[in-house]
Design a protein around this ligand. Sequence first.
Ligand code: HEC
Length: 187
Amino acid sequence: MWRSIVFIPAAMILFSCTGNVGASFTAREKEQLLALGDSITMEAQNILLQNVSSAIQKGGTAYAVGFCNTQAMPLTHAVAAIHQVTIQRVTDKSRNPANALQTATDSLVWEQLKAEQEHRIVREKDGSIYYYKPIILAMPACMKCHGGKDDIQESTLKIITRRYPEDKATGYKPGDIRGMWKVKIKE
Ligand code: HEC
């Protein structure tokens, strides 16, 4: 009996340290929410990757920029609708201004993810729950649109600048953290 009384508060302290703003999670809640966020973002990522690769194959990198421009958001929204959540990709150096860091929690978690590239969940003060996960430039193909001057073809850069006059999303190196998935799991 005493064991469970001691265990519960100890577990809550142990597992509450992953960037939560409001009240903490139990170990089981945390495990379930992280697993849910992992699977939703994996699905969204796979759909984006499949679509961008086939766009590159079909019309080259410059063509694929136009594809990302019109399709990246609708594709993520479609995955979000299936799971009844909100999915975003946010970052400090955005290409699409709609993907800029938005809340104080976004900025806080962004600093944490840059230091320690771990998925995490946060409960906001209003009770809403968010999942965050780093997006790493893990594939060489990412450099064709987010790398330095030598990585990006001129025709590609032209279209990027035309579609995104305020683009900040170049100059990265392979393995850099590019942004984070942000999923609102619970209202
Ligand atoms: C064909 C060019 C192209 C390639 C290749 C590409 N991206 Fe992008 N990326 C874009 C465009 C265009 C946007 C803006 C999409 C929008 O308007 O919603 C973007 C946006 C993003 C965003 C959202 C934040 C922001 O800046 O708007 C992330 C994160 C991202 N890309 C990561 C990656 C990763 C990781 C890879 C490699 C797996 C990759 N990109 C490959 C063109 C590309």
